[in-house]
Design a protein around this ligand. Structure first.
Ligand code: ACM
Length: 411
């Protein structure tokens, strides 16, 4: 099978009918021209989340190269403009503005942290441009200027939390980095724990980039939880796991359960530090499917045989193919962020994790939750693989609010 056949696209039934015709062009909008479709690639190559974001940059560029090598989109080349925002939200905003206003990119693919996504949001909303965000995040956002292809809390926690309670017990220690993502993710976790009659023995946040966990580990030892629920990100994931192990804690008795520890962080900390801990995510590198085999092989062949793929690099990759499917529907003269947004609604494709669907209502993605245990060889063993894809519910922690095509609605 050729690379271009790798992801099989299908415009979804009903949601997408035809490219909208534009009678009067809005000249302030970024637009494709001269046989080129310019896009921004905005992932940190340096700083505390560089550890994961540089792999998102690589997955994005791989997909762009594959599409261009196979002839582009309707004969037009995708031209990536790469910026390094250095793990700093303020720099993200500056670079996003440069990509949208200066370079006139018709879309930007970027970000790991929610802090950086929040920082760039006004740039995209002001100019009606599109930000494609591949990272798991806390939900509670409803913007027509973001395409969300990572998991929201219901897609990572609905199966995970009851499974952890049943397997290990009801006392949870919540540890996260100190910003919006871990706090909102923990709000949902606490809702699920309460429904299960489980308890939170401590909830604690450390600064981004934090690397000294001895006082956290002392508190874990004194509170003796059954599960340490971790939403720390970046370099801190490595430090926390290593110091847990150095303190002589035992994952068989008191495991860490994480929404942010992927093969990438495991590679950085070493498999021995990660072994026995659990992660819930829609994708693991060991997932068996022809599409994943080709993704892993292409990634290694482009970036190095020692490289890993993971649950944020996979959406970074497949969202470029969703972009392609959307742009393919448009006449060359009509390619701008607003027409791309209409065209991507309801798109489906066979991604490495399975068939994914871009929900027309809220611009989030239907995904396949899994629960896995890290092993000392650096890979995960998948223990539970959902039989069905799961609808994205970005307001699951806030049942009176719903993200719709008309914006946020209160009921
Ligand atoms: C995140 O900040 N969304 C991991």
């Amino acid at each position: 099978m050729k690379r271009r056949d790798f992801l099989i696209g299908a415009a979804a039934t009903g949601a997408f009918t035809a490219a909208p015709h534009i009678w009067r062009k809005d000249t302030s909008l970024a637009r494709a021209s001269n046989g080129e479709i310019k896009v921004g690639v905005l992932f940190s190559l340096t700083g505390t989340t560089g550890i994961i974001e540089e792999s998102l940059n690589k997955a994005t560029l791989l997909a762009i190269e594959e599409i261009n090598d196979a002839g582009g989109i309707n004969g037009m080349k995708i031209v990536p403009v790469v910026e390094d925002p250095a793990s700093d939200p303020a720099t993200f905003a500056v670079k996003a503005r440069k990509l949208v206003v200066g370079d006139k990119c018709v879309s930007v693919f970027g970000s790991y942290t929610s802090a950086s996504r929040k920082a760039v949001l006004p740039v995209f909303e002001k100019r009606d441009n599109l930000y494609w965000y591949p990272t798991l995040y806390e939900g509670r956002e409803c913007s027509k200027n973001v395409i969300y292809t990572g998991a929201v809390p219901n897609q990572q926690q609905d199966e995970f939390i009851p499974w952890l309670v049943e397997k290990f017990g009801k006392k949870f220690y919540l540890i996260g980095s100190n910003y919006i993502y871990p706090k909102e993710e923990n709000n949902y976790c606490k809702k699920l724990l309460e429904e299960l009659g489980a308890e939170v023995v401590n909830e604690e946040y450390v600064p981004l980039g934090h690397s000294e966990f001895s006082s956290v580990i002392n508190k874990i030892q004194s509170t003796q939880p059954n599960v340490i629920f971790s939403t720390v990100v970046g370099d801190s994931v490595v430090a926390l796991h290593r110091q847990y192990r150095a303190a002589g804690l035992d994952p068989d008795k008191m495991p860490m359960a994480s929404l942010t520890t992927s093969e990438n962080e495991v590679a950085a900390m070493g498999g021995d530090a990660a072994a026995g801990h659990f992660t819930s995510a829609p994708y693991f590198m060991v997932h068996q499917s022809p599409e994943n085999e080709r993704f892993v092989e292409a990634y290694k062949s482009r970036w190095g045989g020692d490289k890993v793929t993971h649950f944020v690099s996979e959406p970074s990759y497949f969202q470029i193919y969703l972009f392609k499917q959307a742009v393919e529907q448009l006449a060359a003269s009509d390619i701008d962020p607003t027409t791309i947004r209409e065209a991507v609604k309801g798109q489906e494709l066979i991604a490495p994790q399975g068939k994914v669907h871009l929900e027309a209502e809220n611009l989030h993605t239907w995904l396949w939750p899994k629960i896995a245990m890290a092993k000392s060889d650096g890979q995960f063993e998948v223990l539970r693989d959902s039989k069905e894809w799961l609808k994205p519910e970005p307001y699951a922690a806030y049942p009176n609010q719903h993200c719709t095509a008309d914006g946020l609605v209160q009921s």
